[in-house]
Write a new protein. Structure first.
Length: 368
């Protein structure tokens, strides 16, 4: 192979990305182009802002799930944590707790989310229980506790500080196709994504998460404090879930204990499509962000096409299966290639040791 071809392959590899982010970006761009040709309404600023608005909360959830998946776990309780933290905060303010402003509201919700996440982390890290079983169990516990002890009433009027920011926009533009606006709460989602990307890439804590997801026993032998790291991962994931839940309530201008039910599949699908390995040890914030945008673009496209909501869920389920299937096939190829590469070496070693062609005693065939 010539040097120019090798250079071209290297450049293509860099564009592809470590977790196929480049491939996902091309798929996303192609989908946008196809939908814009099929329906000109899709390629407008109001539609673009609508997709970005609908991606704010899923992105925050997905970042928390990304940390868990990289560490080798799976979390299906984040929606229950989000609802519990957001609804409990609203009920506390409604019951007469002093309103210390938006910062105080977020602090209360985040503390609740961190506490619930710590329960997940303690059960998983301390007792080494399966993450899926633990989070399935705590999901039911959190939902039941919310409905039993906090309440089940729909709240249409939010407290003062929350109601004030619910109508605040970062950008407002009037176009021929309608008004386009982007909510101000897109800022914390962007800052959270940038912060997590930096942590995963540049800190010992981030490298520890990848190491635990790759091989937890090897990480333990390398001196990584596995229990503490896993505890922090689930506490942070619970905190992110609480933030997403509170932002959802603020943007929706109402609170209900039944919100966000069934959103787990969309978030996990977005993270897996973004290149995070369901087996742990691999993933990126950029890929997760692209995965979230891809799911939201697909939903928006199906809505514009008049597809029933049941088929929209089907599409996301198919995408999840495709993402996991591609990862499974990709993980098999390196191991098979390694076996094929090592076969001639093993044969040579056996030949040098005289193992090939050597007849074992009593192995000679007898003819009668």
């Amino acid at each position: 192979m010539t040097r120019s071809k090798m250079g071209l392959l290297d450049r293509l590899g860099r564009l592809r990305g470590a977790n196929n982010e480049g491939v996902l970006a091309v798929v996303l761009l192609a989908l946008v182009v196809v939908m814009s040709v099929a329906n000109p309404v899709f390629f407008t600023l109001p539609t673009a802002f609508s997709i970005l608005r609908s991606s704010i909360v899923p992105l925050i959830f997905a970042l928390g799930v990304l940390m868990v998946i990289i560490s080798g776990g799976i979390d299906v309780s984040f929606a229950a944590i989000a609802v519990f933290a957001a609804y409990t905060t609203v009920r506390a303010l409604e019951a007469g707790m002093p309103d210390f402003g938006l910062v105080g509201v977020f602090v209360l919700a985040l503390l609740i989310g961190a506490s619930l996440g710590a329960i997940n982390g303690f059960l998983i890290a301390k007792f080494r229980l399966p993450t899926l079983i633990v989070t399935l169990g705590t999901q039911g516990i959190f939902k039941g506790a919310l409905l039993t002890y906090v309440g089940s009433r729909y709240i249409a009027d939010l407290p003062g500080s929350m109601a004030q920011i619910s109508t605040s926009n970062l950008v407002e533009v009037s176009t021929d196709s309608g008004s386009a606006y982007l909510h101000v709460l897109v800022i914390p989602a962007v800052l959270l994504a940038l912060g997590l990307a930096w942590v995963l890439k540049n800190t010992m804590f981030g490298r520890s998460i990848f190491a635990i997801g790759g091989d937890v026993e090897a990480a333990r032998r390398a001196g990584i404090r596995v229990v503490r790291t896993q505890m922090i991962v689930y506490i942070v994931a619970g905190t992110m879930a609480a933030m997403g839940g509170l932002i959802y309530v603020i943007m929706g201008r109402s609170a209900s204990p039944q919100i966000l039910v069934g959103s787990e599949l969309d978030i996990i699908a977005a993270v897996v499509l973004g290149g995070a390995s369901i087996f742990g040890g691999r993933g990126s914030v950029l890929g997760t962000t692209l995965g979230v945008l891809l799911v939201q673009v697909i939903y928006n496209s199906l809505i514009l096409a008049g597809v029933p909501s049941a088929w929209q869920r089907t599409a996301v389920g198919v995408l999840l299966l495709v993402g996991v299937g591609v990862q499974a096939l990709a993980s098999r190829r390196p191991s098979r290639a390694r076996i094929l590469d090592e076969a001639p070496k093993n044969r040579k070693l056996r030949h040098e040791n005289g193992e090939l062609g050597r007849e074992k005693p009593g192995s000679r065939k007898r003819f009668h």
